[in-house]
Structure formats: C-alpha cells, structure tokens
Design a binder for this molecule. Structure first.
Ligand SMILES: [Zn+2]
Length: 209
C-alpha cells in the first residue's frame, strides 16, 4: 500500500491518493502509484500534478500507453546522483524494453511536446528515456525553500530530515514542525541557522546520507 502525495501548483495544495486506484490527470494511459515507484519499496511517494499531465500528453502524442519503469525513488535509496529530480517525483524513466527506433521516437516526441525541461540524450541513457521537469535553475540543483513554501521538493526535505530522526510529518510544505527540524539540523551541523533549505543546507543533507 502506497500513499501518493500529488502537489497541485494551481492551488498550492497536496492531494492524497491511495495506491489501489488509478491516478488522476492521466487519461491516455492508466497509471498507478505502484508504477511510479517501480521496484522501490516504500509506503509513501510524491509527485507533481504537472508530471502526471506531461506524461498524459506524451501518451497522447505517442498514441497509447508508454511503459513507466519508475518515476519516484526515496532520497535514501541513493539510486541517483545527489539532488536528482527522481527524489522529488519530478522525473520519469520510460520505455525500457522498447527497440532503439521507438526509444528515439519517444525522445523526439518528449522534446517536441515542450512539457519537459530535460530529455536525456541517448548516449547517456541508451535503453530508456529519462524525462524531467526543471528541478531548479541548474540540473541537479534544488530550489531554496523557506517557511510557508509547498512543493514536491518539500517532501524531499521532510524525507531527509525524518531519516535523521527529526520529528515531523509528510505534508509537502514548510510547516512549523519542518521549520523547527530544519533549524535544529542547521544548528547541529554548524551551518548558518537561516531556516531556509538553501544550497548549503541541501548539500549538507545529502552528505549526511
Ligand atoms: Zn531517470
């Protein structure tokens, strides 16, 4: 059983979807939380409504369902480089098992759709198609977060802090408990107690993994 949180930018709210049903915003295929998490064993996962919509649009261009290898993985599973968009549920790996020409067609469509800020070239990922929404100004750099912010990145911050033993709940926003934990972390790790998840803080969080 996976609880999937979907951040909806339109109203800055987090929608909660249980794993059994099909996910919303996907009409040209069917998608479940299990597919989004792939082989990752986890009771919680998160993504963004924009990702589901972008996937749906891509299936529309493709002309049918596109196999999802996985989209989401937990920060501590360490499958990806630091600050991967997969930890925020903002990237998908698609089409494993397709032949080369289908994979190429899928990459071209993903670029053409204009929905994805990055489509990994074939020479980096030859046997699947990695697509992602912009994590920050640079690839692999998370945005700075402060009190009141909400986004899929807030879940990554909460996941990292929870893993270190700080007491908070997954809410997808920098609420009072998250802010308290963040400041405690900054204090304990000798970084400026700014109450912001800034570049220094993200780096420190990833180094303590
Ligand atoms: Zn990927």
């Amino acid at each position: 059983m996976i609880t999937l949180f979907v951040y909806n930018q339109a109203d800055s709210r987090v929608e909660i979807h249980p794993s059994d049903g099909e996910l919303p915003y996907v009409n040209n295929s069917r998608l479940t939380a299990q597919q989004l998490t792939g082989k990752e064993l986890t009771a919680v996962a998160w993504t963004d409504k924009r990702l589901l919509e972008a996937y749906d649009a891509l299936c529309g261009l493709w002309g049918g369902p596109i196999r999802v290898n996985h989209a989401f993985c937990r920060f501590r599973s360490g499958m990806h480089k630091a600050q991967s968009a997969h930890y925020a549920g903002l990237a998908m790996d698609l089409g494993r098992g397709m032949n080369i020409s289908d994979l190429n067609r899928l990459r071209v469509l993903a670029v053409k759709s204009g929905d994805w800020s990055y489509v990994e070239p074939a020479h980096i990922a030859p046997t699947w198609v990695h697509v992602e929404l912009q994590p920050g100004k640079k690839r692999y750099s998370y945005p700075s977060l402060s009190a009141g912010d909400s986004s899929a990145y807030c879940f990554v911050l909460q996941d990292a802090l929870k893993a270190m033993g700080y007491d908070l709940a997954f809410t997808g926003s920098i609420d009072a408990a998250t802010l308290r934990a963040l400041k405690k972390f900054q204090h304990e790790f000798n970084i400026p107690v700014s109450g912001r998840a800034d570049r220094i803080t993200w780096r420190a969080l990833f180094q303590t993994r």
